[in-house]
Design a protein around this ligand. Sequence first.
Ligand SMILES: CC(C)(COP(=O)(O)OP(=O)(O)OC[C@H]1O[C@@H](n2cnc3c(N)ncnc32)[C@H](O)[C@@H]1OP(=O)(O)O)[C@@H](O)C(=O)NCCC(=O)NCCSC(=O)CC(=O)O
Length: 373
Amino acid sequence: MPRPVISATGLFTPAQTITNEELVESFNAYVARHNADNAEAIAAGEVAALEPSSVEFIEKASGIKARHVVDKANVLDPATMCPRIPERGNEELSIMAEIGVAAAREALERAGREAEDVDAVLCAASNMQRAYPAMAIEIQHALGVEGFGFDMNVACSSATFGIQTAADYIRAGNARSVLVVSPEITSGHLNWRDRDSHFIFGDVATAVLVEDAEIAPVDHWDILGTKLKTVFSNNIRNNFGFLNRTAPETRDGPDKLFVQEGRKVFKEVVPMVAAMICEEAERLGIEPASLRRLWLHQANAGMNRLIAQKVLGHEATADESPTVLDTYANTSSAGSIIAFHKHSADLAYGDIGLICSFGAGYSAGTVFVRKAT
Ligand SMILES: CC(C)(COP(=O)(O)OP(=O)(O)OC[C@H]1O[C@@H](n2cnc3c(N)ncnc32)[C@H](O)[C@@H]1OP(=O)(O)O)[C@@H](O)C(=O)NCCC(=O)NCCSC(=O)CC(=O)O
């Protein structure tokens, strides 16, 4: 039976960044304006005064210090607080495909692969720019890939679900080379006016090339096993969808953007993910404490600290559980792949590590990998 491996990864990082200081300054200007404009109603108890945000809170609660975005100016403008991305003509490459193609090209180049060698493209991300045609098919076309492509959305876990899907195609003999592309323009679904969550997300795109070991480059990562899990929860939710226009009175409500019960997510997801990792490690005959590195989903530094501690049996060092939260923030499905992309080259042949995602759904995915040659 063909054996799937990870041949290479790719990363596209938008040039513009927003620091916590810049973000909080903009948010607090919006709060001051709102409170001044509504001073009378606030005094009369008819409108609630808004509370300012703080850099210290953000860093302490999340570990996030900055994020990349595709449109800094409009996100920071207290009058807009939302990216402005002009619509492109149907003959132009859409922005989500554009950043996905950039990441995919890097993965192909690193693997020494041409587009014609690829059999399928999966666009695995939390939000799709449009209903159809599938983003994956546009990316496939722009790259010059034959075969097939389709979109899949499992929120933060999209990339690991995509890797398992790609690995299954390879095992089944349906494809020998599959690109899993995760373009995340999370700035479009983040409510930049919500104090509880305005600091959470950033924009990015990643790509993972999953291939049959027989055609893989000399240096690659064996996929030792993948495991997926979903448990329904309303604690991370986004009600945006094609039926919104059928209910005009609620169409633009804040629930049509990202909303979460962050504390509940923290409390419920940490034990679920730690147990899932340990069970899957046992099934694969891997001692969890022997894992050389954990590339965890990048949502919250405290969550990752706890999960790593439960898995490794001691507090993980930055070397054992690297973070990219400080510079990228939460990039949804791309987070664990960025961590893997940036912090895997130094491992030795034979070292075993874990790529792990978790998030809305709830959803969680594990991909145990071994550096191979
Ligand atoms: C969201 C959090 C960072 C929030 O941290 P805490 O739980 O410590 O904080 P909290 O909400 O209880 O608030 C604590 C106190 O800080 C105040 N507070 C809240 N926001 C503030 C801000 N911006 N500035 C200053 N203070 C603030 C609150 O009013 C409260 O005050 P007082 O104490 O006075 O009441 C954290 O809970 C978290 O990261 N949880 C996990 C979230 C997660 O993984 N989500 C997945 C994201 S979805 C994802 O990854 C993608 C996907 O699946 O698609």
